[in-house]
Design a binder for this molecule. Structure first.
Ligand code: SF4
Length: 324
């Protein structure tokens, strides 16, 4: 792992063992995240992006299971750590923000006390000092100190998400994983939360951001990884991918995104993502792809490096996986 890399996911597989069969939610995913980088994982619901996010700090719960692969973070293989050691890494080195802040906030406790508790438990500091630090954290996430005494239900959705971010960054992690943190918020509040996440990069954090919204990802990320049916299908620098999306699924996501300036026609991707308990043979996108060829139905395209990004599509590689 080079000095600049913070996180390296290698050939990761996460399966869910359900009555319907084995759901391969994350299927052989490899990704890297550098220090101070904002990486967005983009895809439709059910593509495995949220499972991927939960797998990093080992938050996948049964019937889900990390089946194989490696997750190297700060030169440690997270999958080989003891339960006690991974608990220390969660919060301390890796913060997690959930889509719904109610899942991480106690409705019966004042939000300031919830931040203080994290500091007291992990840093073993005095209550008075923890309260002071909690006030600073509230300021840092754009809330006034008087919010310390509020209960979660007394705050707006955006304010609750700010509190959840304050808790997630309280111990100064180097990696913040944010799983669709703005989905339930209106556009203005969404933009403010995104500003907040971006400001954390300057404070030494890296962001692993999960979203279904390619427009949102393109505004903020250094890199984008497009995920479809458990696999990465295109990945690279945001500017390159947005200027010239190569994978037909990436093209479809962009065509389905409204643009108020260009007033372009919005076209949705036909069909639905496949059932991951029984994914189609070959390229998993072939049933929805207007460029599908015979080989697409038979053989899975390899992820190859081309034009400054990685892409998995038979339009760009021959049967042996060499670049065209
Ligand atoms: Fe479409 Fe074939 Fe490329 Fe899959 S491999 S995206 S089906 S052209």
């Amino acid at each position: 792992m080079s000095g600049e890399e913070l996180l390296k996911i290698k050939e990761l597989k996460v399966h869910y063992y359900t009555a319907k069969g084995i759901v391969k939610a994350v299927d052989n995913v490899s990704l890297e995240l550098r220090k101070n980088q904002f990486l967005s994982i983009v895809g439709e619901s059910g593509c495995g992006k949220s499972t991927l996010a939960h797998a990093i700090p080992r938050l996948v719960r049964p019937p889900g299971k990390i089946v194989s692969g490696n997750i190297f973070f700060e030169n440690k293989d997270l999958l080989s750590l003891s339960d006690e050691d991974i608990r220390k890494i969660r919060g301390h080195r890796i913060g997690f923000v959930f889509q719904d802040p109610f899942t991480s906030l106690d409705p019966l406790e004042r939000v300031g006390d919830q931040i203080s508790e994290v500091l007291i438990e992990h840093l073993k500091i005095e209550k008075k000092d923890a309260k002071e630090r909690a006030m600073e954290l509230l300021n840092e996430v754009g809330l006034t100190e008087d919010r310390y005494n509020y209960y979660p239900h007394q705050l707006s959705g955006g304010q609750r998400q700010r509190v959840a971010i304050a808790i997630a960054i309280a111990l100064r992690p180097s990696l913040l994983i944010a799983d669709e943190p703005t989905t339930a918020l209106d556009v203005m509040v969404q933009s403010m939360i995104m500003d907040l996440l971006q400001s954390l990069i300057k404070k030494g954090m890296s962001i692993f951001f999960i979203t279904h919204d390619i427009a949102l990802a393109s505004e903020r990320s250094d890199e984008i990884a497009i995920m479809y049916a458990g696999k990465i299908v295109e990945q690279g620098q945001t500017s390159r991918i947005i200027a010239e999306p190569m994978h037909p699924y990436t093209q479809g996501l962009m065509a389905a995104t409204p643009d108020i300036w260009e007033r372009k026609n919005v076209t949705s991707i036909p069909g639905n993502p496949p059932d991951l308990a029984n994914p189609p043979k070959g390229c998993r996108f072939h049933e929805r792809c207007r460029f599908a060829m015979e080989i697409c139905k038979e053989k899975e395209p390899p992820l190859i490096s081309l034009k400054g990004r990685k892409v998995a599509c038979w339009l760009y590689s021959d049967e042996n996986g060499r670049d065209n």
